[in-house]
Every structure is written in C-alpha cells, then in structure tokens.
Design a protein around this ligand. Structure first.
Ligand SMILES: [Fe+2]
Ligand SMILES: [Fe+2]
Length: 374
C-alpha cells in the first residue's frame, strides 16, 4: 500500500501506523474475522438437538415458563443489538474519535455477529420450544409478533438507551458517544449479558439444554470482544479528558451518571436470577439462604463493574462501596414490591397470556400472516 495513502488524514482500515503498531479496534475486528465466523447452520447440524427436545418435554410447566421467557429475552436482545449496531457504526464516524474507520470495522463485525446470535435464537425458538416463546416487552414487533407495551413500567430502560443512541448518532459529541457506549458496552453486554451466561450455566445443572448452552458458549466468546472494544472506546474518551482537551471534560462524570441510572435495573436482574433458580430447582429458599443468594448476586455484578470501572477505565470518581450500597438498597426496595418467586412467576405467566391474546388477535385480523412479517 502506498504510504502516503495510509496517512492519518486518509482514514483507512488496518495497521497503518509506523513501526507496525496494531490498532486495537482493527485487531478485534480481525480476530472476529478469524474466530467469530462460527456457523450457526453447522452448529445446529452437529448439535444434540433431540436431547434438548427431550429435556424440554421432561421439564415441569414452571421450568418451561422460565426457560421460554429466557429464550424470548435472548432472541429479542440479540436482535435489538443487531439492529442498533447500524447506528453504532454511524456513531463512531465522528470527528471526536481517532481512527474512526477502525472503529467502524469493529462495529460492523459486531453487527454481523449479533445477526448470527439472532439467527441461532430464532432457530431455537422455532424448532425446540415452538409456541412456547412469547414476545417480550418493548416497542414495535419482532418475529411477526407485536411486543407487549411497557408503558406501565417505571424504568423504560430500553427506550432510554435507544434515545441516547439516536442522540449520539445525531450529535457525534464525546459525551453522547460515552453514554451510548456505556449502555451497550458496559451494562447490556459487560454486565447483564455476562451475568445471564453464568446464571444459565448454573440453571443447566438442573435443566440440561445442551444445544442452547453450546451456542451460548460460542456467543459469549463473541461478546467478550464486543465488551473489550466498547470499553476501549470509552477509555479513549476518558484519556482525552485526562489530557485536558476541552471537548472531553466531564466525560467520566457522564459515564458514572449512566451507572447510577442502571443500578435499579441491575437490582431487578439480581432478584430475577434468584427467583428463576428457585423455580428451576423447584425449591424455595429460607430467608437466610435467600440473603446469601442476594449477596452472591451482588458480588457477581460488582466484580464485573469493578473490572471495567476500576481496573480498565480507572475512573477516579468510581466509588465501588457506594455503588454496592445503592445496589443492595435497590434490591431491598424491590423486594418490598415484588416480594417472592410466586409473584415473579405470576408476572411471566401474565406476560405469556397477554402475548397469547395479542397473537390470537393479530392472527384474527391477518397481521401475523402478512408477507415479510416473520
Ligand atoms: Fe449477541
Ligand atoms: Fe454483543
């Protein structure tokens, strides 16, 4: 390649730095090309699919309810990120971001991988647990089914992260990019998804859905790269703040404000994990054991948060003791209003029957059979 073309003023892809320095984002993109191309069709062909189907039939109604809810949430979550990745690619095409072409390459790879994750989850929902997976909560429709309205919910987290991403795409300002990358890279992928993977592995000791877990292993390897890249993106902004560059001042505070915002969601997730486990194990914990579980789940979430905020980003304003206190307080507060596993089950059951009503209604007016609606 002509060296003058591979100059900082001519953004291109790859290692274009003197001395063979490799750009981290291009490295991640390249790693994805090398190992992120596992093939969903091939995985399905080799997987013990019949084992999953047999296991599904063996499960109790309650276990099926919990797993079908999880499959639905994964399917929806993967597709959401796959769609949003288009905007993430646009977002990093920003004058405030160095070597943006390499970041675009990284997010393009992320999008390809998220589409594959969606492909697997959709196949699983159609073939292993047909008619048991119901649409989750959110705006619009997915897989030919309208999703349940979440206007009654207090947090509106998914709507808010969408608004924040749209703003970042529009302004391309450091603070808006930091906010969006924090939501996707830290909360959605770095903490919530990671926690779910380890939780599903624990659940699999009781309910052995081997094909699902095999794919989840592959998916979580891809997600590892997604987290690394997005945390690096935030780190780049924070370093510019530390260097005293005016446009980036206050970026770490912006990131930490997002953290405050996510505490309630992390608390809900922690309780949800405990309730799901009790249902899968078909045992209800005594108060003391329940408290131990709360402790376990708080520590798990804090470990992932500390990894990112303290070890990698080294944000001076990050106070882990304070965040942990807030997380525990939020859990106590939610326990006051959603007190137990039965209430949790009732919520999923309610969503399922509401989704079934909606499906029947849409079938009735011919919406579900509309071409292209699957
Ligand atoms: Fe994914
Ligand atoms: Fe991802």
């Amino acid at each position: 390649m002509d060296e003058t073309y591979a100059d900082a003023n001519n953004p291109t892809y790859g290692a274009r730095f003197p001395g063979g320095h490799q750009d981290k984002f291009f490295e991640l993109y390249q790693k994805g090309v090398e190992i992120g191309t596992w093939d969903v069709e091939a995985l399905i062909a080799d997987a013990p699919v019949q084992q999953d189907k047999t296991e599904w039939k063996r499960m109790t109604d309650e276990q099926q309810l919990v797993w079908s809810n999880l499959v639905a949430r994964f399917l929806d979550g993967e597709q959401n990120v796959a769609i949003d990745a288009t905007k993430l690619v646009q977002m990093v095409d920003s004058p405030y971001i160095d070597d943006s072409a390499n970041k675009e390459a990284f997010y393009t790879g992320l999008q390809f991988e998220e589409v594959k994750h969606t492909q697997f989850c959709a196949w699983y929902a159609e073939n292993v647990v047909p008619d048991q997976v119901f649409p989750t909560i959110g705006k619009g429709s997915r897989h030919g089914l309208s999703r349940l309205d979440d206007s009654s919910k207090a947090d509106h987290f998914s709507e808010r992260i969408e608004d924040i991403l749209n703003t970042a795409v529009y302004t391309k300002q450091p603070h808006d990019i930091a906010r969006a990358a924090t939501n996707y890279g830290i909360f959605t992928e770095g903490v919530r998804a990671r926690v779910r993977y380890s939780h599903m592995k624990e659940m699999a000791e009781e309910t052995d859905l081997r094909t699902w877990l095999t794919a989840i292993e592959e998916i979580s390897t891809d997600e590892g790269r997604h987290i690394t890249g997005q945390v690096e993106l935030i780190k780049e902004l924070v370093e510019k703040e530390k260097d005293g560059i005016a446009d980036y001042q206050g970026v770490s505070d912006t990131v930490l404000t997002q953290l405050q915002d996510a505490v309630k969601l992390l608390a809900k997730g922690a309780l949800g994990s405990i309730f799901q486990m009790q249902i899968v194990k078909d045992e209800r914990l005594a108060d003391e054991e329940f408290d131990d579980q709360v402790d376990h789940h708080v520590k798990l979430r804090m470990r992932y948060l500390n990894d990112i905020f303290r070890e990698t980003l080294a944000l001076p304003g990050y106070d882990d003791d304070n965040i942990e206190l807030q997380l525990r307080a939020a859990i106590d507060e939610i326990r006051g209003s959603v007190p137990d596993t039965e209430a949790f089950l009732a919520t999923i059951e309610h969503n399922r029957s509401a989704a079934q009503d909606l499906r029947e209604y849409e079938d009735g007016i011919g919406l579900a059979s509309r071409p292209g609606n699957r």
